[in-house]
Design a protein around this ligand. Structure first.
Ligand SMILES: [Zn+2]
Length: 336
């Protein structure tokens, strides 16, 4: 089955750029940044070799490396290209990447966003089998000023003919126990007015009043939705808000006890639009094929269920209608 799923054309809707860098990619970036003879490079290689469990501390360590190794423009562009290459090798035909623009000693937030966009453009030539869009992220732990700064960059790039078709929406993510959703509402309303879609991390932790506030506000897709229950679950269903389920991410991070207890099945059984995503495949040593295989095996899915989940992803993607219909044709042709 794994082989069948691997060959199937797939759609990835919830992938953070820095978290989507595999160990192989991080090693390549370490060579670019430090050179093979540099002591920091050797130190990093030793650390990479020691990655074997899936503990939270290992996950945080990988994030730290990813940020360190994407702090120059060259490394950031290469990181974006390599991440796209690996999704394409997994037969992902449509990908929505998300990332929070960061400033470092060598680049401003504008440089960051522009170079990710340039790399996505380059990838359309280097890897023509995958269509890539970007959802710039608001990190809810960084406060409104930082979000406003990011949003004004997005508005600028939406005016730029080179990039206006690449930016499709806004992601809200970051530490769910820090910051307050209400603070970002006004900005998100303006994003909607600028025809951007909203993919919001919601219900990652138990916070029923914020979950109600978010679902009532509305969103085009809900990230995780782990702790949406009771009346909030009914409201989610009523509003038909698609949910992005990230199995390994939730289990490794401990918000879900094990795969069997994952809320994916409850959503699928309720005939709710639900999709399988990777979140941070580099951190969890995973890819979309293996996440779909886990879902298939854990929940004894049928081929029809699999087709439905992958088709759901196309339908709730932020792709243009003609791109959706092209992708659907590829998927239908595979399942015949
Ligand atoms: Zn996420």
């Amino acid at each position: 089955m794994e082989d069948f799923i691997k060959k199937c054309p797939k759609v990835e809707l919830h992938a953070h750029l820095n978290g989507s860098l595999s160990i192989e990619t991080l090693q390549k970036l370490a060579i670019i940044k430090y050179g093979k003879s540099n002591s920091r490079f050797k130190e990093l290689c030793d650390d990479f070799r020691n990655f074997e469990d899936h503990s939270m501390s290992e996950c945080f360590q990988k994030f730290k490396f990813a940020h360190e190794l994407t702090s120059t423009l060259e490394c950031l562009r290469e990181a974006t290209l390599l991440a796209i290459k690996e999704f394409s090798e997994d037969n992902v035909v449509y990908l929505e990447l998300r990332t929070t623009p960061k400033s470092t000693e060598e680049m401003s937030k504008r440089d960051y966003l522009e170079n990710v966009l340039l790399a996505i453009k380059k990838a359309s030539e280097d890897y023509p089998n995958i269509l890539v869009k970007l959802l710039p992220s608001i990190d809810r732990s960084q406060g409104l000023d930082s979000a406003e700064e990011m949003f004004s960059l997005v508005l600028d790039f939406l005016e730029d003919d080179r990039f206006k078709d690449i930016i499709k929406g806004i992601d809200l993510s970051g530490n769910p126990t820090v910051g307050n959703f209400g603070v970002y509402k006004n900005l998100l309303v303006r994003a909607r007015e600028a025809s951007l879609k909203l993919a919001l991390h919601c219900g990652e932790v138990e916070n029923p009043s914020e979950i109600t506030e978010m679902i009532e506000f509305g969103m085009d897709r809900c990230g995780h939705g782990t702790f949406i229950s009771g009346e909030n679950f009914e409201l989610l269903k009523e509003k038909k808000i698609p949910v992005e389920c990230c199995l390994s991410s939730n289990v490794v991070c401990g918000t879900v006890k094990n795969f069997n207890e994952h809320h994916f099945k409850r959503l699928l059984d309720a005939n709710h639009p639900v999709v399988i995503c990777t979140d941070d495949l580099g951190i969890f040593n995973s890819n979309l094929s293996s996440e779909l295989t886990i879902a298939f095996n854990t929940f004894s899915l049928t081929i029809d269920d699999l087709r439905k989940v992958i088709t759901n992803a196309v339908n709730c993607s932020f792709a243009a209608e003609e791109d959706k219909s092209d992708i659907l044709k590829k998927i239908e042709a595979f399942f015949i």
